[in-house]
Write a protein that binds this ligand. Structure first.
Ligand code: NAP
Length: 316
């Protein structure tokens, strides 16, 4: 062990809505708690322009503002947060858990909550990797303004794709939503909005086969899945919103994961290893929403407290 300062009752890995809520509950229960966050707090809501389905904000709230409010509330109760701290491995050691953190050595805790969320899935097509940052983007909130009066594509048909296409109408002159089916997964209220927007055009039953361009995106080849026809579209940017991949590589082989890599838990959000809990988008659950992540963060925080009480009683 490094020193006693590095030994906590609870370490929360991930500073999105689930992790910050778990932190609020743990800090209010006076547990010695550390939250490790690989970047800045907020998780995926930080790159969302507006959140309009999280209760309590009838006039909508900016994603970043909501994240800042959650962080401020957690800190107010004394939660310790370590930024730029990416967990690279997790294992049981001497009756506690050891977390290795990039460039910062090891931290130890009696119990752990994993709330590391998910990152955007890739199309895995020619041109995508080479042109990322040169017209290929996974964050309209971050990069949308670079596409003023330009033509862009949004790939996907879920809530994220539709919301971000609507956001891009502020900048782009034309937005093509390319979706592999003729039915959208997105909420009906969002679908209605895109149908009313003159800048948005739908290309359905189609997949992007290749992204074209040398130093920047110049176009792409789109294949209609039903007819097999291929067409070339001249565009300046592509925003990819085709779902997410969980951040679980550091617990592969340590915890039970489902086929897609999400962490499997019981009703108390305990993972396959007693003492380790999971909450939010990283967990195998039915709905990826801020409201759900917050609820799971609260439950994981309380489950961790109950686990610590049980361990204490056993030692008496
Ligand atoms: P999602 O709901 O899983 O939708 C992914 C979309 O990408 C689907 O339309 C899917 O097509 C398509 N897709 C998947 N793989 C593809 C591939 N290889 N090539 C082309 N298309 C592909 O993901 P999301 O939109 O990122 O949202 C993730 C979660 O966050 C969801 O639970 C969502 O509800 C939530 N979210 C909520 C809000 C909100 O409530 N306002 C905003 C953003 C995200 P198919 O439909 O054919 O499978």
């Amino acid at each position: 062990m490094n020193n006693t300062n590095d030994f906590y009752d609870l370490i929360i890995i991930g500073g999105g809505p689930a992790g910050l809520t778990a932190g609020i509950y743990a800090a209010r229960a006076k547990l010695k708690t550390l939250l490790l966050e690989k970047g800045l707090p907020g998780g995926q809501i930080s790159t969302t322009e507006y959140v309009e389905n999280y209760p309590g904000f009838p006039n909508v709230i900016k994603g970043q503002e909501l994240a800042q409010k959650m962080e401020a509330q957690a800190k107010q109760f004394g939660l310790e947060i370590s930024l730029l701290s990416k967990a690279t491995s997790l294992k049981k050691k001497d009756g506690a858990f050891e977390i290795k953190v990039n460039n910062k050595g090891s931290y130890f805790a009696k119990t752990i909550i994993i709330a590391t969320g998910a990152f955007p899935a890739k199309l895995n097509i020619p041109g995508e990797k080479e042109l990322t940052g040169r017209g290929v983007s996974y964050c309209a909130t971050c990069d949308g303004a670079f596409f003023k009066d330009k033509k862009v594509i949004v790939a996907g048909g879920g809530n994220a794709a539709i919301e971000e296409a609507l956001f891009l109408t502020r900048f782009a002159s034309e937005i093509f939503i390319i979706h592999r089916r003729d039915q959208f997964r997105a909420d009906k209220i969002l679908q209605e909005r895109i149908l009313k927007d003159k800048k948005i055009k739908l290309i359905l039953d189609s997949k992007i086969k290749e992204i074209l361009g040398t130093s920047k995106v110049e176009g792409c080849i789109v294949r209609n899945k039903k007819s097999g026809d291929e067409s070339k579209i001249a565009i300046d940017g592509i925003f990819v919103y085709i779902g997410s991949v969980p951040n679980t590589s550091f617990v592969k082989g340590v915890l039970e994961l489902n086929n897609e890599g999400y962490i499997v838990t019981n009703d108390e959000l305990q993972t396959s290893l007693p003492g380790i809990f999971a909450a939010g988008d990283v967990r195998q659950n039915k709905l990826k929403q801020v409201a759900v992540a917050v609820g799971e963060g609260a439950l994981a925080g309380v489950s961790a407290q109950r686990y610590l009480e049980k361990m204490k009683n056993k030692n008496l």
